[in-house]
Design a protein around this ligand. Structure first.
Ligand code: HEC
Length: 162
């Protein structure tokens, strides 16, 4: 599985002067996905929607405390990860929607210290194909347009079911 890279600032001392060096760090699909909990499922059958698919969302432990126990959910801790597994929707002859093959992954990672998240509310918005290969997207245009209005819940729309 290929990973994409984000820039992080690393401080080091060279020749007696303090220098800031950019180093890259992998940001790939989470290896610890089996510790994530399912939080929500969204079904979008319309072919003309940019988010067509059956989306199952999973959150890591770091975010779950806020998701489950903080009624305001106004700020998730740094390091919160939310993974979407997106399956192709199949419409049956009698009009039902079934889940087809895995089509993509969507992924949000809270990392406000990263310069890469300054225009997307402190979150990385990432997409991968069904094999986990990063898909090139513009997070502001392709993702944040829909998530931006949800600033009150830290740009996360999912909430526990009543
Ligand atoms: C057309 C609007 C739209 C676009 C574009 C969009 N999303 Fe979302 N996203 C949603 C909706 C709606 C939900 C689920 C809301 C619910 O079920 O309450 C959601 C949920 C999510 C979640 C689960 C956390 C949450 O906010 O509930 C992740 C992760 C996610 N989207 C990632 C992405 C990524 C990455 C992109 C860009 C590749 C993207 N989204 C683009 C509308 C959108």
């Amino acid at each position: 599985m290929k990973s994409i890279y984000r820039i992080s600032a690393v401080l080091y001392l060279a020749a007696g002067s303090l220098t800031i060096v950019q180093a890259s760090e992998p940001l790939s699909l989470p290896a610890e996905l089996d510790t994530f909990r399912h939080i929500n499922t969204l079904v979008v059958p319309a072919a003309d929607s940019p988010i067509q698919g059956v989306h199952h969302f999973y959150m890591n432990r770091k975010g779950l405390e806020t998701f489950n126990k903080d009624a305001s959910r106004k700020s998730y801790p740094d390091g919160t990860k939310i993974l979407g597994k997106v399956y192709k929707p199949i419409e049956t002859a009698d009009g039902r929607i079934k889940e087809g093959q895995l089509a993509a992954f969507t992924y949000m990672v809270k990392d406000p210290e990263s310069p890469a998240t300054k225009d997307t509310g402190g979150w990385h918005f990432l997409k991968y194909d069904a094999k986990g290969k990063p898909v090139e997207i513009n997070p502001v245009k392709d993702c944040f347009g829909c998530h931006r209005p949800h600033e009150a819940s830290d740009f996360v729309m999912s909430r526990p079911l009543q």
